[in-house]
Design a protein around this ligand. Structure first.
Ligand SMILES: [Zn+2]
Length: 360
């Protein structure tokens, strides 16, 4: 290995977003350029037959037993930056391998699985839902289908007819309504007829069950835009079990770290009692329930960008990507602590100027 060097940032330009085709191209370029670090594969297909791409980033020449983790985005197709953050992190790891000690160690000792677009059909249409009109992040088997939990089960009422989307013309057109009834738009989210009714959520479930056969250590589900990092059971009505003290302590240790080291708001049941909203069937709650590993919902950007049902605002891409690095790197350097529910007290070394100053 070369002498240690400070890590460098990917050379991205504002406005350079990656849709399904751009994402496919970028992942294939990574594979070509870093054949010993990258494997690209599909975990399944969307309703319209697009591949749900996954990239595994690890030093393939090192065959020791490794911990694995999963970071994914764009389960809501209109929340582009969740997917972009996945691509940015992939590139950041790849360009710093073998130069920066921390990142070299991460890729020698862990397998970082990254799925940039969980809802490729939705991403192409800038639509929150999949092509059956289902909110994939309400389609998982945890506290499923509650009306108060943000999911009127239209699928259950009408059978398998296709409900493309509830016809609101973008979040900004009902800003007043949203201000008066903050949870109104969330009530009409369609969870599907039954848990895992959709090909995308089935593919995610099956892929994660494979990961869990080995050392699946933590999970991050990336969204936009409530400017927060959430932990289970922040958003569900009826948690399937009570967290242990050790689990509670770890989550609050992480949230405390988030509050001190990022611009994002750390959110849990305890910190956010007053303005809680309810979701049901979310993937990050399901991962904690199913695998009992640390699981997070990362809401990138700020509420000014909230896309809700599409047509969200997109700008300052590079800034927002940089804001995600501290949290991702903090989790990655603590991967073994997280897997064992030990205090994640390792501080990541970040490039100079990270995190960036918050936008004015
Ligand atoms: Zn979302």
């Amino acid at each position: 290995m070369k002498p240690d060097q400070p890590s460098v940032l990917p050379n991205w330009t504002d406005g350079d977003y990656h849709d399904y085709f751009g994402t496919t191209e970028m992942l294939n370029n990574f594979n070509e350029k870093y054949p010993d670090l990258v494997k690209v594969f599909s975990i399944g297909k969307s309703v319209l037959g697009k591949n749900i791409w996954c990239i595994r980033v690890t030093n393939e020449k090192n065959n020791t037993i490794k911990s694995s983790c999963l970071i994914d985005g764009c389960i809501h197709g209109s929340e582009w930056e969740g997917g972009e953050a996945c691509l940015y992190l992939s590139e950041y790891l790849l360009i710093n391998f073998d130069a920066n000690k921390t990142i070299t160690h991460i890729l020698n000792s862990s397998e970082v699985y990254i799925i940039p677009l969980e809802n490729p059909d939705g991403r192409q249409k800038d639509d929150r839902f999949n092509d059956n009109g289902i909110d994939l992040n309400r389609n998982f088997d945890v506290d499923f289908g509650r009306i108060r939990g943000g999911a009127i089960p239209l699928g259950k009422l009408f059978g398998r007819i296709k409900i493309p989307r509830i016809p609101f013309n973008g979040a900004r057109n009902f800003t007043l309504l949203y201000k008066l009834f903050p949870s109104f738009p969330l009530w009409v989210t369609n969870c599907g007829r039954y848990p895992f009714s959709e090909p995308e959520s089935q593919a995610m479930r099956d892929f994660m069950r494979e990961l869990a056969k080995n050392d699946f250590s933590f999970y991050v589900n990336c969204h936009t835009a409530t400017h927060s990092i959430n932990v289970p059971w922040y958003d569900i009505v009826k948690p399937p079990f009570t967290m242990t003290e050790q689990e509670t302590n770890l989550f609050h240790y992480v949230l405390n770290w988030v509050g001190k080291n990022t611009e994002y708001e750390p959110v849990s049941v305890l910190t956010d009692k007053g303005k809680r909203y309810y979701d049901s069937g979310t993937v990050f709650d399901w991962v904690f329930k199913e695998f009992r590993i640390p699981s997070f919902c990362f809401e990138i950007l700020s509420t000014d960008y909230e896309p809700l049902f599409g047509e969200g605002k997109h700008d300052n891409l590079v800034h927002w990507m940089q804001t995600t690095l501290p949290f991702f790197m903090y989790l990655l350097v603590n991967i073994d602590n997280l897997r064992l529910w030990r205090t994640p007290d390792i501080q990541p070394l970040l490039p100079e100027g990270m995190p960036p100053e918050p936008l004015q």
